[in-house]
Write a protein that binds this ligand. Structure first.
Ligand SMILES: NC(=O)c1ccc[n+]([C@@H]2O[C@H](COP(=O)([O-])OP(=O)(O)OC[C@H]3O[C@@H](n4cnc5c(N)ncnc54)[C@H](O)[C@@H]3O)[C@@H](O)[C@H]2O)c1
Ligand SMILES: O=P(O)(O)OC[C@H]1O[C@H](O[C@H]2[C@H](O)[C@@H](O)[C@@H](O)O[C@@H]2CO)[C@H](O)[C@@H](O)[C@@H]1O
Ligand SMILES: [Mn+2]
Length: 454
């Protein structure tokens, strides 16, 4: 059986150890000969890498391991790149979340102005890594879950239309774990779902068990009262802010009881509630820095010091098992049915053909074959047309270095009340992201000064 070579781009990620443990848990299904880490922060990656070196030495000494900041070293002789970079790291996520809140607008990692700022940082480096992969391992596939996946996916559609990159998200997988528990099943894999939308902006339209029995009524009954709240065992989503998000799905569901919503829709449909319940001084980025980041790096330092995983609390990142499913689908032509972010091309008949939509696909060695969704209701169509236009304007703004397009994108976001608030947020984000965004051409001075935005 062929053994594969995997490069993890963003080796210093808090998710890397859990993903490595998950890969080692699946060697029978996805055998590996080599794992390489690549990061542009050598010190951050070194802590994760030295711990993973111990893990591999104990559990799979036959797998060759390398951590590097050199692209040629990282991406030569690779079958898959699993990319989860965070450009600007948590320090910039904190600003993505706090700057909009300063203006009374939703501050979130991938949604609204924060997601736009994050997207403007991510496009260049993700394309750069994709180009490295194609230069040094032309036959490789990139499985990208660097966020914001919606904007990154639109950028790779426009700028690298022929590249072997699959953009993915684990939020639907995470919610389906809750749904399976609510439906009394052991695993989400016992369900067959039809889902559509944009990334972090979608709905389930049907859910059955493998015998074809409709599970929607039972799940809806629970969601109507409790949202997706369901004890599915330890994961980082037991934190209050995530628990609130799962419960809030109850109110998002009430707006359209014909479907079941992605939790992220709360940021677009209940933006006032979100702002009212946000702490402008302590956002999710702070929770993650104080929680996951401290935990993962603390555990890695213990492993390095002891040169042993004994007593280690790091766990297999089960949510990442969908990444192995995806890699196996490509490697073994399994025709797995998975949600991917792909070009619509008529799958959703009454929606922009060029939109990057999150829908079920049959995945094989030649990549995804999107399934047909048919026509979507006016409510979802209207919301999606506004949101996809934001995403497209951000990518156009990045390509053209256009202040005007970025101002339009933020103005168009459902999370932003007016063009003047949008401009105030944009000017703050421009200042904060000087080191990361491409240089943006400001409009002619007279146009800006002539604007009475007060
Ligand atoms: N698609 C999804 O559903 C999903 C799920 C979970 C996490 N994510 C994403 O995974 C990423 C990692 O999340 P995290 O919380 O572990 O972040 P993290 O900050 O802990 O790790 C990100 C790593 O990327 C590195 N990096 C940044 N810019 C880089 C570049 N240009 N080249 C190479 N490396 C670079 C950083 O140095 C850091 O080590 C984020 O983008 C996050 O949003 C996506
Ligand atoms: O606030 P964070 O950094 O903890 O999480 C933000 C990410 O949340 C989603 O990913 C979750 C996933 O939905 C869940 O199943 C769990 O296992 O872990 C993932 C990472 O927390 C979302 O899909 C990502 O895009 C966000 O970055
Ligand atoms: Mn996601």
């Amino acid at each position: 059986m062929k053994k594969f070579s995997v490069a993890i781009a963003g080796g210093g990620s808090t998710f890397t150890p859990g993903i490595v443990l998950m890969l080692l848990d699946n060697l029978d299904k996805f055998p590996l000969r080599k794992i390489k880490f690549y990061d542009n922060d050598e010190e951050r990656q070194d802590t994760i890498a030295r711990a993973c070196e111990v893990i591999l030495r104990e559990k799979a000494p036959e797998i060759e391991f390398l951590a590097t900041t050199d692209p040629e070293e990282a991406f030569t002789d690779i079958d898959f790149v699993m990319a989860h970079i965070r450009v600007g790291k948590y320090a910039m996520r904190e600003l993505d979340e706090k700057i909009p809140l300063k203006h009374g607008v939703v501050g979130q990692e991938t949604c609204g102005p924060g997601g736009i700022a994050y997207g403007m940082r991510s496009i260049g480096p993700v394309i750069e890594i994709l180009d490295y992969m194609e230069k040094y391992s032309p036959e490789a596939w990139m499985l990208n879950y660097s966020n914001p996946a919606a904007i990154v996916a639109e950028a790779t559609r426009k700028l690298r239309p022929n590249s072997k990159i699959l953009n993915i998200c684990d939020m639907p997988v995470g919610i389906e774990d809750h749904m399976a528990k609510i439906a009394g099943l052991n695993s989400r894999k016992e369900m067959s779902v039809s889902y559509y939308g944009l990334n972090h902006f979608g709905w389930w339209k049907s859910i059955t068990d493998k015998e074809g029995n409709d599970l929607m009524p039972k799940i809806k009954e629970h969601v109507r009262k409790h949202g997706y709240n369901a004890d599915i065992g330890p994961n980082q989503h037991v934190e209050a802010s995530w628990n609130d998000t799962f419960v809030k799905a109850r109110d998002v569901f009430a707006v359209d009881p014909d479907t079941l919503p992605n939790t992220y829709l709360k940021y677009y449909l209940f933006q006032d509630y979100v702002v009212e319940h946000s702490d402008k001084e302590y956002t999710r980025a702070n929770e993650v820095m104080d929680g996951r980041e401290k935990f993962v790096f603390g555990e890695c330092r213990k492993i390095i010091e002891n040169q042993s995983t004994e007593g280690c609390k790091l766990e297999v990142d089960d949510h990442a098992s969908y990444i192995v499913d995806l890699a196996r689908a490509i490697a073994y032509n399994t025709h797995e049915r998975m949600l991917l972010i792909v070009e619509n091309n008529g799958s959703i008949e009454n929606f922009d053909k060029t939109a990057m939509v999150e829908i079920p696909c049959i995945v094989g060695s030649n990549g995804p074959e999107p399934l047909r969704i048919g026509t979507i209701p006016q409510f979802q169509k209207g919301l999606m047309e506004q949101q996809v236009s934001v995403e497209k304007l951000v990518v156009e703004g990045w390509i053209e270095r256009s202040y005007q397009k970025l101002w339009q994108a933020i103005t168009l976001s459902k999370t932003v009340p007016s063009a003047s608030v949008a401009k105030a947020i944009l000017d703050d984000l421009l200042e904060a992201n000087k080191e990361f965004w491409p240089e943006i051409k400001r409009p002619e001075v007279e146009n800006v000064e002539a604007l009475s935005l007060v």
